[in-house]
Design a protein around this ligand. Structure first.
Ligand code: G4P
Length: 523
């Protein structure tokens, strides 16, 4: 039994794609789904891409649950492996959920626009992934357009992100003069704009094209050879251990839109990316994914916007064992027994009832309010508690009050529940106790407002405090006179004090004034 389960677990590849908006995440996801046979034509995923809708339309989109829920996790078979792609939305729907999703994957794919290099949102997401020490694979996209020099792009990985980049293939020309890819890993050249196996030409043992090939005399090919020589001598060499530890990122060039280099990338990725591994539980125990008992943790809760059904979907990452419909589990936080009857597994085009899933997979549980973000569930007698999910430093803040002062009770109830659920973070003014909400994305506030009204019948008034830099201070070092209009002093829900600085400049000014005061940031 255990061995069979291990075989199944070893087939899982669970990952997320991180990128800055417009780098090509949707396009490459779609190509992957095409390879996986989940969709038949391009444009299917794009049509639902939330980036094309205004924020206010989001609620409408949410009502069409079939679309938004299934797109949270995309699942397909490829090369004998079961692939789970977890969506990490960009644009307006960037939120703490986006970050938390990265806690549920075993690897990340970083898509970079080769004309733009590393952009701010990629940097933020990278930081979270890096902290987890999971492998990161880089796809330098839009090679069909004039982009930046390949050597520059690889150097930037180290200079800006602090991760070694190692080229797995190299562009021959770019933009209008794109000829192909020199595939270092597979010792072949992949020609641009050719279909089928005709697009590959094997290299000789010296890594050269046969002279009979026209391209072998091409100046772009020759300069690609020079560059490859350069990176072989001066660059990093591929080191699987470093890749698995997240210290080195394999770099693949390509063009998602013209489906060039995507298959080569996907094949290598599936090969190199790790299967689900052990999780740390109960403080210091290692829980193997093929442990006989089922267990998992909830990393995301999506509320149903249909006011007639107050149910929600809790997304569980299975950490060990096997899930079967009707499984009896215990919710670690409360000790309560729950029967998992209503679970969904995700396909790109439809929601289907899950019958069986194993460690590495994601299942969606219908929830009537039992679960919270970060909750552990387990079957069997042995209690299993996963490490708490990290809290992320919010960047946007809002003062919030109940519109109707007579309705304080529902206001407090709703706010407490939504904060517990992880929809937003709650702070209070250190001196006046007024409520302040924090979020990493604007949409979190919109959702908060909508849900307060619809689920708790509480209309809220919100005033923006804008973008702020939040830093915690040791209570021992705190002196109330340090606070000013430029660094609002608040406390978090554990009563820990922090400053909300107007900007980086205000923070530096504070630091110069109080050089001995230590300020800390969360993830
Ligand atoms: P995102 O999910 O990361 O936000 O990016 P998305 O895939 O939507 O791509 C953003 C834009 O970049 C799209 O164009 C898309 O067609 C284009 N794109 C993606 N990959 C490539 C590529 O390899 N080469 C080129 N030249 N373009 C690429 P758009 O005009 O903004 O959108 P649409 O009108 O095509 O939907």
């Amino acid at each position: 039994m255990a061995e069979k389960l291990l075989d199944q677990v070893n087939k899982r590849r669970t990952f997320a794609i991180i990128s800055h908006p417009d780098a090509g995440k949707t396009t490459i996801t779609e190509q992957m789904l095409l390879f996986g046979g989940v969709i038949r034509s391009a444009g299917t995923v794009k049509a639902r891409k939330s980036g094309h809708f205004a924020t206010s339309d989001w609620m409408e989109i949410e009502k069409k649950r079939g679309i938004s829920v299934t797109s949270s996790v995309m699942q397909f078979e490829y090369e004998g492996k079961r692939i789970n792609i977890l969506d990490t939305p960009g644009h307006q729907d960037f939120s703490e959920d986006t970050y938390r999703t990265l806690m549920a994957v075993d690897a990340a794919v970083m898509v970079i626009d080769s004309a733009k290099g590393i952009e701010p949102q990629t940097k933020k997401l990278f930081k979270v992934v890096r902290k987890r020490g999971i492998p990161i694979f880089t796809f330098m996209n839009k090679l069909d357009r004039d982009g930046r020099d390949g050597l520059d792009l690889v150097a930037e990985l180290e200079d800006i992100l602090g991760i070694e980049g190692v080229a797995m293939n190299w562009p021959i020309g770019s933009g209008k003069s794109l000829k192909g890819l020199y595939d270092i890993q597979n010792n072949r050249v992949e020609l641009y704009r050719k279909d089928g196996d005709d697009r590959f030409i094997d290299l000789d043992s010296d890594g050269k094209l046969p002279e009979s090939e026209e391209l072998s005399q091409d100046s772009l090919y020759l300069s690609a050879l020079d560059e490859i020589e350069l990176i072989k001598e001066a660059g990093n060499t591929f080191d699987e251990d470093k890749v698995l530890a997240g210290e080195q990122t394999p770099v693949f060039f390509g063009s998602a839109l013209t489906n060039f280099g995507v298959e080569t990338f996907l094949k290598s990725f599936v090969d190199l990316a790790p299967a689900p591994s052990s999780h740390k539980v109960n403080d210091d125990e290692e829980l193997k994914p093929d442990d006989d008992e089922f267990s998992g943790f909830i990393f995301k809760i999506q509320a149903n916007m249909n006011p007639n059904h107050r149910d929600r979907i809790a997304f569980v990452r299975i950490g060990s064992g096997e899930f079967e419909k009707g499984l009896d589990v215990t919710l670690a936080r409360t000790g309560k027994a729950v029967r998992l009857n209503n679970a969904t597994e995700f396909m790109s085009s439809e929601r289907v009832q899950v019958s069986k899933a194993v460690a590495g997979d994601i299942v969606g549980l219908y929830d009537t309010g039992n679960f919270q973000i970060g909750d552990s569930i387990y079957a069997g007698k042995r209690k299993i508690v996963y490490e708490p999910l990290p809290e992320f430093t919010p960047e946007l803040f809002m003062r919030v009050t109940a519109k109707n002062v007579m309705k304080q009770k529902s206001f407090h109830k709703g706010m407490n529940q939504l904060v517990q659920e992880g929809a937003v973070q709650l702070y209070r003014n250190f001196n006046t106790d007024e409520y302040i909400l924090g979020a990493v994305g604007q949409l979190q506030f919109e959702v908060f407002k909508f849900r307060m009204q619809n689920e708790y019948n509480s209309e809220v008034e919100m005033t923006s405090l804008g973008k702020r830099v939040a830093r915690w201070i040791d209570p021992e070092q705190l002196d109330p006179k340090m606070s000013s209009s430029r660094n609002l002093l608040v406390k978090d829900r554990y009563d820990k004090p922090l400053f909300l600085f107007e900007n980086e400049f205000a923070m530096r000014w504070f630091h110069d004034k109080y050089p001995d005061v230590k300020l800390t940031e969360k993830l």
